[in-house]
Design a protein around this ligand. Structure first.
Ligand SMILES: Nc1ncnc2c1ncn2[C@@H]1O[C@H](COP(=O)(O)OP(=O)(O)OP(=O)(O)O)[C@@H](O)[C@H]1O
Ligand SMILES: [Mg+2]
Length: 272
């Protein structure tokens, strides 16, 4: 079997004007598939350069570099990019996730670039995040979890193959209207707040969604709609399907608590 990474007499010299820095000098190294290797050394010793050359981000100035048996020399930029997408996962010190995309979109991106259909890529990305217990950031704000997401981008090229055929659970639900309690009218309301697909509900706070809808439409909505939002977000989080009115009591108690700072609330102010 080919080594995962093979360096034979690899050198890399950075040239900046007249200054040349010899970052790698005749490195010979072979890393087997499945082998775990730590490259250690003082700052400036060439660790990052070694990783960059191994993934074709930098071209070796001398020597032979092979990744999974494929020699990198002579490959054009597009071929190197494709090789990285399929075979290399980097976790950069500065993350390099795309801040305008959600966590799921970041994880799905390399798959989409690889020609996987958008929905399927999204499903696989969700599964990959779930597999490593990053469920909470499935669709939510991601900034505080950038490091985790970065590592997901690193593994997603590999994970979908491993997870193919596994039970996809809720991620099988593709249309909002496929969800319990949601018909076309409520689906339309959800779309007003950019919830386009069931996956967009994962990890979302139904109360915040309800507030957002109120703000967007400038209308007061029936609080029962909040019960539907609770049922839908819970369902996408793995809870069993239940009729929306099963959440009414909980919703009333929660709203009272938010209003009065207690789950009891003053008598007589319960309301609907
Ligand atoms: N783009 C560049 N242009 C010129 N010189 C560079 C460039 N990148 C790195 N170097 C130089 O190459 C040498 C190796 O740098 P490299 O970043 O690979 O080290 P490192 O082991 O990753 O260091 P650190 O632990 O600080 O990340 C250093 O002398 C560095 O200054
Ligand atoms: Mg470095």
């Amino acid at each position: 079997m080919n080594p995962a990474v093979d360096f034979i007499g690899v050198s890399h010299t950075y040239a900046r004007g007249r200054v040349h820095v010899e970052a790698l000098k005749e490195v010979t190294l072979s890393i087997a598939r499945g082998e775990m290797v730590a490259v250690m050394g003082p700052s400036g010793s060439g660790k990052s350069t070694l990783l960059s050359v191994a993934g074709g981000l930098e071209r070796a100035t001398a020597g032979i570099v092979r990744v999974d048996g494929v020699e990198l020399r002579g490959k054009d930029a597009a071929a190197l990019a494709q090789l990285r997408r399929k075979k290399v996962g980097y976790v950069f010190q500065n993350y390099n996730v795309l801040p305008s995309l959600t966590a799921v979109e970041n994880v799905a991106l390399p798959l989409e670039l690889d020609g996987v259909a958008q929905r399927k890529a999204r499903r696989q990305a969700l599964q990959a995040l779930r597999d490593v217990d990053l469920a909470r950031i499935w669709s939510g704000g991601m900034k505080r979890d950038l490091d985790h997401v970065a590592s997901e981008r690193g593994i997603v090229g590999v994970v979908p193959r491993a997870t193919r055929g596994l039970h996809m659970d809720r991620t099988e639900f593709v249309r909002l209207e496929d969800l319990p309690n949601i018909g076309p009218a409520i689906a339309a309301k959800l779309r007003r707040i950019d919830i386009e697909a069931p996956a967009d509900l994962i990890g979302r706070d139904p109360y915040a969604l309800f507030d957002e809808l109120t703000a967007r439409t400038g209308e007061r909505h029936d609080p029962c709609l909040l019960d539907v939002f609770i049922s839908a977000t819970r369902f996408m989080g793995g809870a069993p399907a239940k009729p929306w009115w099963k959440y009414t009591t909980e919703r009333k108690a929660k709203l009272r608590a938010l209003q009065f700072g207690t789950t009891e609330g003053p008598r007589g102010l319960g309301g609907s």
